[in-house]
Design a protein around this ligand. Structure first.
Ligand code: PMP
Length: 426
């Protein structure tokens, strides 16, 4: 592997950008490669190396990099101007498309990032219910804003402790933590805080503690409890939205949230996100109602053009692309199981459709606690081994590997060979 230019750029970056990166997950030892360009299933770095990409920019690039239809849509919009600060027909079309994919969404607001989407969704839930408390699941990530930057406390009913300096305890005092996949724990917290919980926010499939799947019936039980107690269920589908199906995890697993947050895939690689819900909830948002939310960049025409192009490709022929993604994901997951079995390695493969992760862990990974028992150092040796063989996965045990529609069968075979060698060497 050639790596001198990335190393030099990293030294330069560290002088002007904290840790040399614009988002912490991008930094790893000894230094990350710097990307020069990307095409289809591959990233090309500044040193002339290329990698089959299973990070896909942490999820968005489901159609692969530099998709010609998305690039054309962006070029076309560029000629017409990049920002107006007025309504456009394209943003209405985008809202119609998203709403038609999600039966639980009548109306939605376009925002700019997943962080913004969940922040506003929580405000809307509180404004709508007149209640304050928020239940979140340990290991679920909902962006970098104050209310949700809380992970595991010392027990199911502990008040949230901030994960970052700079977040006042008063802010997270209203964030209650429960373990994922444990319906009794949720029931207990809801009972103990009866009448005070505005919302339960969850990733229907956890994608920020590696991949953790909901137990059979779990999502339906969460839905039942929240409905019975008049609690808003926020499905954070920033990762799963348009990845598992056009209607996301709600379509895939068969449940309906009250508020849904979306991001990543819906922008076709550009900056956009959304939150949406039924009319009864969304009609309380300014200028209709008293819940305020706003942004200069919301509905940016370039992002909308890219997102619309991506969503139309995904929806084509009744969403047939999802069959291909499902098959590619299944092949990787099944072969990985065989590889670890044959190698006699203690590891778990968790995955659904085109998202998966390998945990170096003796026991099944069903929640944050079990995920944290994984051998993270071995994972990083595996990740480095893959990179040396031309395969890039996100540099953390607690991220997700994603497959795109641009990954060919040859790509997958090449990847599996690299995985087999890297697991054995790790
Ligand atoms: N929710 C989930 C489920 C996420 O995975 C992420 C980002 N990985 C976010 C929210 C925050 O999105 P963003 O980084 O666009 O602010």
């Amino acid at each position: 592997m050639n790596e001198s230019r990335s190393k030099t750029l990293y030294e330069r970056a560290k002088k002007v950008i904290p840790g040399g990166v614009n988002s912490p997950v991008r930094a790893y030892k000894p230094y990350p490669f710097f990307t020069a360009r990307a095409q289809g299933s591959r990233l090309y770095d500044e040193d002339g190396n290329n990698y089959l990409d299973y990070s896909l920019a942490y999820g968005p690039m489901i159609l692969g990099h530099a998709h010609p239809e998305i690039s054309d849509a962006v070029k076309k919009q560029l000629r017409k101007g990049t920002m107006y600060g007025t309504p456009t027909e394209a943003e209405v079309e985008m809202a119609e498309l998203v709403s038609s994919a999600y039966p639980s969404i009548d109306k939605l607001r376009l925002v700019n990032s997943g962080t913004e989407a969940t922040m506003h969704a929580i405000r809307v839930a509180r404004g709508f219910t007149g209640k304050k408390k928020l239940v979140k699941f340990a290991g679920c990530y909902h962006g970098a804003h104050d209310y949700v930057l809380v992970k595991a406390g010392s027990g199911a009913t502990t008040f949230g402790v901030p994960d970052s300096l700079g977040i006042p305890e008063e802010t997270t005092r209203n964030t209650l933590l429960v373990p994922y996949n444990n319906i009794e724990a949720l029931q207990e917290v809801v009972e103990a805080n009866k009448g005070e919980v505005a919302a339960v926010i969850m990733e229907p499939v956890v994608g920020n503690a590696g991949v953790i799947l909901p137990r059979e019936g779990y999502l339906q039980e969460v839905r039942k409890i929240t409905k019975e107690q008049d609690i808003i269920l926020i499905a954070d589908e920033v990762i799963t939205g348009f990845r598992l199906a056009m209607g996301g995890a709600q379509e895939y697993y068969g449940f309906e949230a009250d508020i849904t947050t979306l991001g990543k895939i819906m922008g076709g690689g550009f900056v956009i996100a959304a939150y949406g819900a039924r009319d009864e909830i969304m009609d309380n948002i300014s200028p209709l109602g008293k819940i305020y939310q706003a942004s200069t960049y919301s509905g940016n025409p370039i992002s909308v053009a890219a997102g619309l192009a991506a969503l139309k490709i995904l929806a084509r022929n009744n969403g047939e692309i999802y069959g291909q993604l499902e098959a590619s994901g299944k092949k990787l997951q099944e072969c990985l199981v065989d590889i670890v079995d044959d190698a006699g390695v203690s590891a778990q493969v968790n995955g659904v459709s085109s998202m998966f992760q390998l945990f170096f862990n003796d026991a099944p990974v069903v929640d944050y606690k079990t995920a944290k028992l994984s051998d993270t150092e071995r994972f990083m040796r595996y990740q480095r081994g893959l990179m040396a063989k031309g395969v890039y996965i996100a540099p953390s045990q607690f991220e997700t590997c994603f497959v795109s529609a641009a990954h060919s069968n040859e790509d997958l075979n090449e990847t599996l060979m690299a995985m087999e060698e890297s697991i054995k060497e790790s």
